[in-house]
Design a binder for this molecule. Structure first.
Ligand SMILES: [Zn+2]
Length: 62
């Protein structure tokens, strides 16, 4: 079973992804920051990140 949390932040691009929602979360993610909720991300980073467009669309579909 994966121990990855739901939200994954790529520290190089400061882009937030949802686990499994797009191809960017596959493969090399060991240095990525992980979060359980979007709220956690805002608390830590404020607006200093951007949401992946692919992941945002997947999220909004549900
Ligand atoms: Zn994404």
């Amino acid at each position: 079973m994966s121990k990855r949390k739901k939200y994954l932040l790529n520290p190089k691009t400061t882009t937030l992804h949802i686990n499994g929602a797009c191809c960017y979360t596959e493969g090399n993610y060991t240095e990525w920051q992980q979060f359980d909720t979007e709220e956690e991300v805002y608390r830590l980073l404020g607006r200093a990140f951007k949401m992946c467009k692919v992941c945002a669309r997947k999220r909004d579909e549900k």
